[in-house]
Design a protein around this ligand. Structure first.
Ligand code: GUN
Length: 301
């Protein structure tokens, strides 16, 4: 069965639109997200355009602030400080990757965790791991929501996460292994969590054997067709986070998007599987919208 992220994301956007409308009809201002983008990485441009469009669709005010690749770290840092103290901004994100001359960690660490709707600052991640109120980064949050909406539970299950990035692998593993803290906001299914989690990466030995013991496999490695049918036990749930551009001269864009899963061969063995595109990607964007509305609600209290 296909885990239809596109459909679920549309449902959530409709819910969000109603919530935002209720606010504005009651005379309150709309929530506001700012997206800072540096340089002209084509994938980043696409992601940012999609985020802005999704905000507009649900009535969240969205502002894109673009800087040339030549911006100094100091200027970008000043921009972060300005956004931290601008009370008309509920949340903001700095799109990654940043140019090499800018230290990503310096920039992220400067973001006030109460506005960190990407959940990527050390403070947000530290708080989340201790079960304190914090924004959860968009991709793991979206996957949690997708599983919840299909009533796929994780309690006691063996989940293999492939990839150890700060943006997906680490927070995903953390959400799955922890006790389902009720203090975590927007927790639509408290049954998520309580899993036994194995985190695999590029140095893992015998990845195939480990994956074959998994009830749920979440692949976030950035490697086309990494997960093949021989690595998946019958009935496993397969979540594909990969968004890889591969050359395709028959496509008008000259490339097409493929995931990290060999979908055609894995799908017949899986009980549930996400497609690429239309699986995790749309869920990631709605998570950012949910976080922005949450920032607004906490901010205006
Ligand atoms: N680059 C790729 N994904 C993301 C994301 O979720 N947030 C930010 N800030 N940058 C990204």
């Amino acid at each position: 069965m296909i885990l239809d992220g596109k459909k679920i994301a549309a449902e959530i956007r409709a819910e969000l639109r109603e919530q935002v409308q209720a606010l504005t009809q009651a005379g309150q201002r709309a929530p506001k997200l700012v997206v800072v983008i540096v340089g002209n990485n084509p994938a980043s441009e696409t992601y940012v355009a999609n985020k802005i469009k999704a905000c507009q669709e649900v009535g969240i005010e969205a502002q894109r602030i673009a800087y040339a690749t030549t911006i100094t770290e100091q200027t970008l840092l000043s921009e972060v400080h300005r956004l931290n103290s601008d009370s008309s901004v509920d949340g903001f994100i700095v799109q990654l990757p940043l140019p090499d001359h800018i230290n990503e960690s310096t920039i992220l660490s400067a973001i006030d965790y109460r506005k960190d709707v990407d959940g990527l600052t050390p403070e947000s991640m530290g708080r989340a791991i201790q079960g304190l109120d914090a924004f959860i980064s968009a991709t793991p949050k979206g996957i949690r929501e997708l599983l919840a909406r299909y009533q796929i539970t994780t309690e006691g299950k063996h989940v293999v996460v492939i990839g150890r990035s700060n943006i997906v692998g680490k927070p995903m593993a953390m959400l799955l292994m922890q006790r389902p803290y009720l203090s975590l906001p927007n927790m639509s299914a408290s049954s998520l969590g309580d899993a036994t989690v194995t985190v695999c990466h590029s140095k893992t030995r015998d990845l195939a054997a480990i994956c074959r013991t998994a009830d749920i496999i979440i692949v976030a490695a950035g490697s086309p067709k990494l997960l093949t049918a021989n690595m998946v036990k019958d009935g496993a749930v397969v979540i594909d986070v990969g968004i890889n551009r591969v050359d395709d001269l028959t496509s008008p864009r000259g490339y097409r998007l493929v995931g990290d899963v060999d979908f055609d061969n894995v799908a017949p063995k899986a009980s549930f599987i996400t497609p690429v595109p239309g699986g995790v990607g749309p869920m990631t964007i709605v998570s950012l919208l949910q976080n922005t509305l949450q920032a607004y609600n906490e901010h205006s209290r």
